[in-house]
Design a protein around this ligand. Structure first.
Ligand code: OOG
Ligand code: NI
Length: 463
């Protein structure tokens, strides 16, 4: 009897593998669509390689992870699109973390980041997608009606992608053949389309309200608008971009250069002017659209709420002081303000400013042999039983994100959309709550301490 065969658990491709393969497929597609992205990836790989020469690893995560690492961004139009996007990303082990209010920067969107959430999945492949939703509530009545009519009629997922998401949810995973089909079908949603869904006149009205609205509403799908490789030395890449034919934005977003990097520093090259054709026109190219660009990021330590509050306060001070000043002067002010943020891993740990991963040194020491295991993470380090290294920040920064949006839309924010966060509405649209980034880092830290303590416990003797 074929009992074994009937009972055998179906063999599913892991969500980590699907994510890694999807991220690679997306990168291949974007290299073809935006060749400058490929140039940027090559430059980053080169700078990272040189940066790592003669340096011990550990501080920044493994090199294998960094080379594969990237994030992307999309902008969605409706709750229906966002809700299904959540289910699609879940098939790849990516879940919504954090709420970002971009209305504070005058942009009519709010956002979350879909990303893997536990240490093992992050190490496997940390692919993230910054995902924004249009705030139709911030548009005026007549535009809102036109936007709704266009968006309600569009379907951004292929029928096969929809079926495969449902299949993965019902069965608890995807077979090899289904996973390959899923990656192929899911990718279609992120592809660039040069035929607009809307006629020229509507495109212009949308653009006049805000270029971001035109980008979200006018096309068949939420084209990936940038992909971002991770660099270990953002200042060098920024400096080398012009000689590789890319025009970087003037300043790097985020904290200044430091010995111990914190959070996230980002810069981008300006968006392309791409030919498009409008609905109801001749079918030939009769316009241009500016949306897609390239970005690089350098990641540092994840900060605790205390560290983050200090970061936010110093950033506000620096921005206030440097308003209207040239870029170089603004950089100097930023560095000067941030001298108040300890640039030393031990000080950051002792003052509770950042999250740390504790790693056993393998030593046991006399106290342990006598059965006295230190009770706190700090004591583990002081007694030489563990070393501490900063946990990498996996999320985004709203002020920086606004700077990236702005530099690529060629327009500032609009006062009409000002400071109007609505996390509840976002979560209603998403059909789920967003996870709390601080809780995730705190749990990673706690688990690492627990692991250290377990390695120090006396071995259980066999009876
Ligand atoms: C997203 C901009 C935000 C980042 O890295 O902060 C972002 C967008 O332009 O859609 O990707
Ligand atoms: Ni980005």
């Amino acid at each position: 009897m074929m009992k074994g065969a009937r009972m055998a658990a179906p063999s599913f491709v892991s969500t980590d593998d699907i994510r890694a393969r999807f991220s690679r497929a997306m990168s291949r597609m974007y290299r073809q669509e935006v060749p400058a992205y490929g140039t940027l990836c090559d430059l980053v790989a080169d700078v990272n390689g040189r940066h790592l020469q003669g340096k011990p690893g550990g501080q920044t995560g493994s090199l294998a992870r960094i080379t594969e690492e990237r994030h992307g961004a999309i902008r969605l139009g409706t709750a229906r699109e966002l809700r299904f996007m959540r289910r699609l990303f879940a098939v790849m082990g990516m879940h919504p973390v954090g709420y970002y209010d971009l209305s504070a920067a005058g942009l009519p969107v709010h956002s979350t980041a879909f990303r893997p959430v536990n240490a093992a999945a992050l190490e496997k492949n940390p692919f993230r997608v910054f995902t924004s939703l249009l705030r139709v509530d911030l548009l005026d009545e007549s535009l809102r009606r036109e936007v709704a009519a266009t968006l309600d009629a569009r379907e951004i997922f292929t029928p096969a992608a929809r079926l495969l998401v449902e299949k993965a949810e019902a069965a608890g995973g995807l077979s090899e053949a289904d996973a390959s089909a899923f990656i192929r079908e899911a990718l279609e949603t992120f592809r660039w389309h040069d035929e607009a869904l809307v006629p020229h006149a509507l495109y212009q009205r949308l653009s006049a309200a805000h270029p971001l609205i035109a980008d979200i509403v006018s096309f068949k799908g939420p084209h990936i608008n940038h992909l971002t490789p991770r660099t270990l030395d953002i200042d060098t890449v920024q400096r080398l971009m012009p000689e590789h034919g890319m025009a970087p934005k003037e300043t790097i977003e985020g904290p200044p250069r430091r010995d111990v990097p914190i959070l996230l520093r980002q810069t981008s090259f300006k968006a392309l002017n791409e030919p498009i054709s409008f609905a109801g026109g001749s079918g030939r190219i009769d316009g241009t659209h500016t949306a897609r660009f390239g970005e690089i990021e350098q990641r540092g330590a994840a900060l605790t709420p205390k560290g983050r509050a200090l970061y936010d306060a110093l950033l506000v001070e620096a921005r206030t002081l440097s308003r209207g000043k040239p870029a170089l002067e603004a950089q100097r002010i930023l560095a000067e303000r941030f001298s108040a943020f300890p640039d030393d891993a031990t000080a950051m740990r002792e003052q509770g400013l950042a999250y740390f991963e504790y790693v056993p040194t393998g030593r046991r020491g006399r106290a342990v042999r006598e059965g006295n295991i230190p009770a706190t993470a700090d004591a583990l380090v002081r007694t030489g039983l563990a070393t501490a290294r900063p946990i990498v920040y996996e999320d985004f920064l709203p002020v920086s994100a606004a700077g990236i949006f702005r530099s690529n839309l060629g327009q500032d924010g609009n006062g009409a959309f000002q400071a109007n966060p609505n996390k509840t509405a976002f979560e209603d649209a998403l059909g789920a709550s967003v996870l709390d980034e601080f809780a995730l880092y705190a749990e990673m830290e706690r688990a690492s301490v627990q692991h250290c303590l377990e390695t120090l416990l006396p071995p259980v003797r066999a009876a």
